[in-house]
Design a protein around this ligand. Structure first.
Ligand code: IMP
Length: 423
């Protein structure tokens, strides 16, 4: 099978975990290339629900190798807890099927506390997951971060962590923030380092060996296009490159070894945290929440919901070079009399079809909608495109025409069996 980059075409939580799980069957290696334990991928297999945060969902498939590549930021304590949780449920996680890049950066306790402090202090809250992701990437860019390679030698790690904690506490003092007791951090991180050591390796060389052997790869994106540090609704974004290009820098696999890009999008739009969401609709949010849908997999926060935004997804198709789209959660719209699709924005008296750079402008954009009739019947039992109600098919055709990329997969529920080919 082809080497595939899979990305979220909206604001994250598009149901990527499910499509990743579906596509994983055909690949040898599954690679995470950005983000950290801010992500949450939900996979349901035979009524068992798994929520994965850092570990690629390929871990649930026997015989696949999962890689946390150089672009990821890793909280070692949290990764150990995730590994332990998987093992407890009988999932094999060993140094043969989970490789961690020696170049990946480490999330430290001060990253988490700075994340929380900054959130509490700033006026327009981003609504971060408070997992320390932004501050960890900031240290990476400032060239002060620790990397997984530093964990390999116990003595060196102990010395480096001590030095780093000293520096961090000096910085916290300058900011009038409470210092972090180095002793407990040292002990906790050293325990985690001992567990992770067998997994840490040069994943760039590993991936190139796999390429040479014609093994196929799936690069699983976390978050979504509009949370991308460059292309998202800045500053209401995460701190990594969530778009297709990020998969190459985040793994060391060059662009000319990528065969296709798959974009995943919901049949409507959701967002967690702050920042503009042009098609946000309170009645739709309420309706979906009453159905028990759209609560965050990691934080449990209620997601903000809106109508499908073809301006945003059309832009995502372009910047990611999406070859195929997967539409998830189509069943979320089952009970509605009418479904709306945003085809343009009105801003300062003009009609625009590309999201503006300035979030203040984006917040002022008024969606221009077309309304389509709803199908008003449950579709979660449907297993073939031809068996979808004609109005649901018409809705999907509209999404395809507006986004400019072919629809390839449709998902009508959380379990593996509820995904089928479009057309
Ligand atoms: P951070 O990644 O924790 O810094 O959060 C920055 C923004 O990205 C916040 O609005 C979060 O809610 C959002 N975010 C981070 N990770 C995810 C995710 O996996 N799904 C959806 N939103 C996310």
């Amino acid at each position: 099978m082809a080497n595939t980059i899979l990305i979220g075409a909206q604001w994250g939580d598009e149901g990527k975990g499910k499509i990743i799980d579906y596509l994983t069957r055909g690949v040898d290696v599954v690679v995470r290339t950005q983000g950290g334990n801010n992500a949450g991928h939900t996979i349901v297999i035979r009524a068992e629900r798994y929520v994965l945060s850092l570990v690629p969902s390929g871990i649930l498939h026997a015989g696949k190798v999962c890689v946390l590549a150089n672009g990821v930021v890793i909280d070692p304590v949290s990764l150990c807890a995730e590994i332990a949780g998987l093992r407890k449920r009988g999932i094999h996680v060993g140094s043969d099927n989970l490789l961690v890049s020696d170049r990946a950066h480490v999330v430290l306790p001060h990253h988490r506390s700075l994340d929380a402090q900054r959130e509490d202090r700033r006026s327009g809250r981003i609504g971060t997951t408070k997992r320390g992701i932004g501050p960890a990437y900031a240290d990476k860019i400032s060239r002060t971060g620790l990397r997984m390679t530093d964990l390999i030698d116990a003595q060196k790690f102990s010395a480096r962590l001590r030095d780093r904690m000293r520096e961090v506490n000096r910085f916290l003092k300058l900011q009038a923030l409470a210092p972090i007791a180095a002793g407990p951090v040292q002990r906790e991180y050293e325990r985690a380092a001992a567990i992770l050591r067998p997994h840490i390796t040069d994943t760039v060389s590993f991936l190139h060996r796999m390429l040479a052997r014609k093994m196929s790869m799936l690069f699983e994106g976390a978050q979504g296009t509009f949370l991308d540090i460059d292309h998202g609704t800045y500053p209401f974004v995460t701190s990594s490159s969530t778009t297709a290009g990020g998969a190459c820098t985040g793994s060391g696999v060059p662009p000319n070894r990528i065969d296709r890009v798959v974009g995943v999008m919901k049949a409507y739009t959701t967002r967690v945290g702050g920042g503009p969401l042009p098609t946000e609709d309170e009645a739709l949010s309420q309706c979906l929440h009453e159905m028990g849908r759209e609560f965050g997999a990691v934080t449990g926060r209620a997601r903000r919901c809106g109508w499908f935004d073809a301006v945003a997804t059309g832009f995502a198709v372009k910047v990611n070079g999406v070859d195929h789209l997967a539409v998830t959660n189509l069943d979320g719209l089952d009970g509605l009399d009418a479904v709306r699709v945003c085809v343009a924005y009105r801003l300062h008296g003009k009609t625009i079809v590309v999201p503006p750079a300035d979030v203040m402008d984006l917040a002022q954009c008024e969606p221009v909608y077309v309304d389509l009739p709803g199908w008003r019947k449950p579709i979660d039992h449907v297993r073939r495109y031809a068996d979808l109600p004609p109005r649901a098919r018409a809705y999907l055709r509209k999404l395809q025409a507006l986004t400019g990329a072919p629809l390839k997969w449709i998902s009508v529920g959380p379990s593996r069996s509820q995904t089928f080919l479009a057309g």
